[in-house]
Design a protein around this ligand. Structure first.
Ligand code: KDG
Ligand code: MG
Length: 405
């Protein structure tokens, strides 16, 4: 029997941070959820969904997921980009949620079943100096984490990427104008190798350490950094050059064996194809939310598998619990899983998005509820938690030139 899509509702709410959630409903009342949160540009996706996508879905077969994906991607003519792909992702997640609920299975079972028993997670740790960073790592260790993204203040740069005043890294700021951040590559390159060597010495050989450069270096600077960090034995060095300039990574490769990760700003398989085919990366960082949903990311991950690239799906605070659940079902069901980014959230957010997935002793589990295993609490409304205008910061060189953030 055909189960038709009857309606779609977009919930924009800000329980401490903005989230955009799509709820699709079928004619017989089955609901599915999708995450469409695009940090700092939330309302653009909400409008794309409300004004353009949801009206075009009415009456379609809710089970024809691949066909609906193509209908939204190819059918719009204008394709790709974070707004479009986050909107398609939300529809796709919601349809997989519905299909898995209809089958009475947790989504990972529909995706092929479990390839592992648990999903290794990494924490965000942050400190303005070594002592602060070590405190943050110890706190994450108390929570059970074995893997840590380490971001540390650099003397001479007043607001280094990933270093937050509070324990919780939250990049979007609730300002009427984007905040101004600063960067100087030489100051960073002079100091970061020693800082990370000291962290390695304090954490011991076993700790899994990751570091994110957030697209800020020129090719030769990135090659120097990757070479200088070899003895730190990072799990990965992330976004070491701007993601558009993909050839830059071949220079980095020629000079070092530090594993490389990139892709959190990619939206389609076309943006990672050459990187994978050229063996220029070791981990792909796309998110289900910004990468066209489960349907598209599965293809990306299959391509990755061919080239021995592993997953490291993006999971910062701006991926909602719905997007996180979708990531975990994929992480469970692919053979080339690497690691999953996971920031524990303020309790309010977990309460408003009750979920079957769980975190224990450094590992994540998608849970056994049918579908994605996430619901929206009735308390999560736009009236109670109205959208808050905010931006990601803009990053400037010391002379006032706009630089990569
Ligand atoms: O919205 C931007 C964040 O998602 C980004 O700063 C997080 O780089 C990031 C990471 O690796 O989680
Ligand atoms: Mg990153």
């Amino acid at each position: 029997m055909v189960e038709k899509i009857a309606s779609g509702e977009v919930v924009v709410a800000s329980p401490g941070r903005n989230f955009v959630t799509l709820r699709l409903r079928t004619e017989s009342g089955i609901t599915g959820l999708g995450d469409a949160t695009l940090n700092g540009r939330e309302l653009a996706v909400a409008s794309y969904l409300r004004d353009h996508v949801v009206p075009a879905l009415n009456g379609r077969d809710a089970q024809a997921i691949e066909d609906t994906w193509m209908y939204l991607y190819k059918g719009a003519y204008w394709r790709g980009g974070p707004v479009t792909m986050a909107a398609i992702a939300a529809v796709d997640m919601a349809l997989w949620d519905i299909k898995a609920k209809m089958a009475g299975l947790p989504l990972y079972q529909l995706l092929g079943g479990a390839c592992r028993e648990r999903v290794l997670a990494y924490a965000h740790t942050t400190g303005s100096d070594i002592n602060g960073l070590m405190r943050s790592i110890e706190k994450a260790q108390e929570d059970g984490y074995e893997a840590f993204r380490v971001q540390i203040g650099i003397p001479g740069i007043m607001d280094t990427y990933g270093v937050s005043a509070s324990e919780y890294y939250e990049p979007a700021l609730r300002d009427s104008q984007p905040a101004r951040f600063h960067w100087d590559a030489e100051t960073y390159l002079r100091q970061i190798p020693k800082l990370l060597r000291d962290i390695r010495a304090q954490c011991g050989e076993e700790a899994i350490l990751l570091h994110d450069v957030h697209h800020r270096l020129a090719p030769v600077q990135a090659a120097r950094l990757a070479r200088d960090l070899e003895e730190v034995r990072l799990f990965w060095l992330e976004d070491v050059t701007p993601s558009d300039d993909q050839d830059a990574l071949s220079l980095v490769r020629q000079h070092s064996t530090t594993p490389l990760a990139i892709g959190e700003v990619f939206n389609t398989i076309w943006q990672c194809k050459a990187l994978m085919e050229g063996h220029l990366i070791d981990y792909i960082r796309m998110s289900v939310t910004h990468g066209g949903g489960v349907t598209h990311l599965r293809k990306v991950l299959w391509l990755a598998e061919l080239h021995q690239v592993k997953s490291g799906l993006h999971g910062p605070s701006d991926v909602s619990p719905v997007g996180m659940a979708a990531s975990l079902h994929l992480d469970f069901a692919i053979s080339n899983f690497g690691i999953q980014e996971y920031q524990q959230r303020p309790a309010l957010i977990d309460d408003l998005f009750p979920h079957a997935y769980s975190f224990r002793d450094g590992y994540l589990y998608p849970g056994e509820e049918s579908g994605l295993g996430v619901t929206l609490s009735d308390a999560l409304t736009a009236e109670k938690y109205p959208y808050v205008h905010g931006y990601l910061p803009v990053n400037y060189l010391m002379d006032g030139t706009v630089h990569e953030w």
